[in-house]
Design a protein around this ligand. Structure first.
Ligand SMILES: [Zn+2]
Length: 457
């Protein structure tokens, strides 16, 4: 009898101990992966719950706002995306005005609570994770202020618009290509006294490889994902691009292929010089373009140029124009096709190359097919590029004045002879430089719009 009592006591103690220990075990691990901060009219909430052996007893999500609780999810709900991942699940749920009709703009909290059975189910342990969010239900507003927009295929344009509230992302969407807008107040141009912080300027382009009917609209988007769009008056003009044929010979390949490959780790082609050339002309050209486009993110928020025409390099002969469709011929056979996105200007060997306008040097180094290359930032996404230089006289970070020497012309990179390859860039996209050499275009397309918007605000 004594033994039985002792045994029962031990069992009771063990059970009590197990119950106590079980209560101290961890609940399921919860991570709210979306949203980080903002909830809009329709925002996905996503959370991941991990539990040993994927055992969950309960799982709920609710939103708390102004003392009210709105249940949003409970384990077993229909129509909720629930994906198993290892020993856990990932749940995605749309929240917003539709899921919660009483939702209001302002602060709110998302609660996710999960529990799991422990020690053969004698107890459950739970865990709750809370995310503080800001609800934004008002769509941003955007309206175009500037008038008469004329866009040449492969060329650039400017639009001035108002976007509110102030802390939103806005700009121009050309098809799926986005161009950021910058505060007009920072345009830094004589005659502009814009105090209205809602006024924005966006330089944009209709790329040579985009359709003439590509949709072009101004947009504004807040961090909650609410979007507003506005159309504006515009006309698009076709621009016939030339065709040209480039004859490749072994002398040219023997000179440029090893020299380009020595200066890059971006491609490592095998085979003969022609095979290597084709990889340089294709894959390296594409990687170089990506590198060039990456400097758009470093552009100044204000205009660094004084609003005068870009130096037109008039004392030079044009060898090749913007967006020429080039066919490459080797031993009588067509071997490649590429588009030439710049102007080739030849003068005499080693001629000084000057900055087309005032700006800040962002890049001054070797760059694949471009050889020794300089990129100058003129602000608000506008940049200029100078390639095939024999020497470079500037370094990244240097401020340069209009017509200040950047280096000397040469034939580094993929160049058949001594010349300057010049292009203008708008948010990293190569555009026809001819427009920027035209005083009438600069005045009518850019300065007129900035002044009109700047003086009426
Ligand atoms: Zn060129």
């Amino acid at each position: 009898m004594k033994y039985l009592v002792a045994l029962l006591l031990i069992v009771a103690l063990a059970a009590g101990g197990a119950y106590f220990v079980a209560g101290r075990m961890d609940g399921p691990a919860i991570e709210i992966t979306k949203p980080e901060k903002f909830v809009g009219t329709a925002t996905p909430v996503e959370f991941v719950v991990h539990s040993p052996a994927a055992q969950l007893k309960s799982l709920t999500m609710m939103l708390e706002q102004n003392g009210k609780q709105f249940p949003l999810y409970s384990l077993g709900d229909q129509g909720v995306e629930l994906k198993e991942e290892g020993d856990g699940v990932r749940v995605t749920r749309m929240i917003g005005k539709q899921a919660i009709p009483d939702l209001q703009s302002g602060p709110a909290r998302i609660h996710v609570t999960a529990s799991r059975p422990v020690v053969y189910g004698i107890r459950t342990v739970d865990n709750t994770v809370i995310r503080d969010v800001q609800v934004r239900l008002e769509r941003p507003r955007v309206s175009v202020v500037s008038t008469h927009h004329f866009i040449n295929h492969g060329g650039a344009e400017v639009v001035v618009y108002r976007a509110t509230p102030e802390d939103i992302t806005s700009g121009v969407l050309v098809g799926d290509v986005e161009y950021p807008g910058f505060p007009l107040a920072g345009a830094n141009l004589t005659g502009i006294t814009a105090n209205d912080p809602a006024l924005r300027v966006a330089f944009f382009a209709l790329r040579h490889d985009q359709d003439l009917n590509t949709q072009i609209r101004v947009f504004a988007r807040d961090e909650a994902g609410n979007v507003a769009r506005a159309d504006f008056d515009k006309r698009v003009f076709p621009k016939p691009f030339k065709q040209s044929r480039i004859q490749l010979d072994d002398t040219f390949l023997d000179r440029v292929v090893p020299a380009i490959l020595e200066g890059t780790t971006d491609v490592k082609p095998d085979g003969d010089n022609l095979a290597k050339f084709l990889m340089i002309n294709g894959e390296l050209r594409r990687k170089n373009a990506e590198k060039i486009a990456s400097f758009a993110g470093q552009t100044a928020r204000e205009m660094l140029w004084a609003g005068v025409v870009f130096h037109p390099f008039t004392n030079t002969g044009v060898q090749s124009a913007f967006a020429d469709a080039r066919t490459y011929i080797y031993k009588g056979k067509e071997v490649d096709r590429q588009t030439h996105l710049g102007f080739d200007l030849a003068s005499f060997a080693g001629t000084p190359i000057v900055s087309a306008n005032r700006g800040k040097v962002l890049f001054a180094d070797e760059l694949g097919i471009y050889g020794n290359c300089v990129i100058v930032d003129h602000g608000m996404g506008v940049q200029s590029l100078y390639a095939h230089l024999s020497s470079i006289d500037v370094k990244p970070g240097d401020m340069v004045e209009k017509q200040q020497t950047l280096g000397r012309s040469g034939m580094t990179g993929m160049a058949g002879g001594d010349h300057l390859h010049f292009t203008m860039l708008v948010n990293g996209h190569m555009v026809n430089p001819v427009e920027w050499w035209d005083a009438h275009w600069i005045e009518d397309r850019i300065l007129r719009k900035l002044r009109q918007a700047g003086s009426t605000s």
